[in-house]
Design a protein around this ligand. Sequence first.
Ligand SMILES: *Cc1c(COP(=O)(O)O)cnc(C)c1O
Length: 400
Amino acid sequence: MEKLSAVHTNAAGKGFYGEFGGSYVPEELKPRLEELERAYENILSDQSFFEEFHRLLKEYVGRPSAITECQNISKKFGGGRLFLKREDLNHTGAHKINNALGQALLAKRMGKNRVIAETGAGMHGTATATVCALLGLQCTIYMGAVDVKRQAPNVARMKVLGAEVVPVTFGQQTLKEAVDAALAEYVKDPDVFYLLGSAVGPHPYPAIVREFQSVIGEEARRQFMEREGKMPDYVVACVGGGSNAIGLFSGFINDPSVKIVGVEPAGKGLDTGEHAATLVAGKPGIIHGFKSYVLTDEKGEPAEVYSISAGLDYPGVGPEHAYLKESGRAQYVAVTDQQALEAFSELCRLEGIIPALESSHALAYALELLPNLNADESVLVNLSGRGDKDLDTVLPILGL
Ligand SMILES: *Cc1c(COP(=O)(O)O)cnc(C)c1O
């Protein structure tokens, strides 16, 4: 099998995508990341690792996930055809399990018995607790105390799966602080494996996460080709840290005819300041040990960000997306909470699929695009997760 993401190196150094990425970390973290990089390079040429990974993706996660054509939506909105890549059908209900499984297998290869992870909405924490139960690893999840309260069902899931959930009580007590706390523990204990949840962080994490999520793009490309005999005209995915997006995009980056669009959360509107549209409204900077686009406050610190979907509100973004934006290969746009909610309702009512609010952002952009396309043009949206977790948020807003 061809490996898409052998470690990226350019004039700027190892792990750089253009000027973005790299590793800006305290001295004590450097040997740990080098150990991880060596282990990662070893598995890239180890067929038995990927045989086990793909066996579990098939037998445990339930891959390949389906491609679904949304004919009722196409009928209503006119223009082009809409297809979904159904990551919502995976075990635990989102794409995050692909990466959690790959990294947990890597942890075992490295002889690490304890895994730590950060989580915001609790989806990455749940995926991590799940694979740790499967593989017999001890699991500690750092979660902002505010999120522990907001995301009670996911906290319960992590606990029954055997994970310890540690509430983080400093700062805003949300995802950024959870990452800070997990990083501090990673520095302190040389025997832990830090299972990072998105295509962010210092090198080699963005490359590792891309590798394990690239199964989305590989499958989607093959499935679409088999079904339609050609490539889709657009591939669209929501962008928080950027892992489901880079997973899908990686299958199409080398096809110049395929337009690539990442969709960020514009929250209550870009002009309100209450959003998390990092690539659309941020600027280059350093966050959590890597260079990318960042949303900052007046003091130049990572800003307080907002989105209706907890999985998208991070003030940074994966470095490869910053590169794809600047190189022009991909385009990044933003849609508001309101647009995402409307798309959420359309998919529920017209297709019988309840999408995650994160994924609804990608869907909202696709619904804007469709009427402007011809009948032989198609849009493939990554449906990154299912929306059961969002019903408490959505019901009162929809007046149901
Ligand atoms: C976490 C999450 C996201 C955002 O994370 P990315 O790394 O940007 O993919 C998107 N969709 C769902 C369903 C999620 O759980």
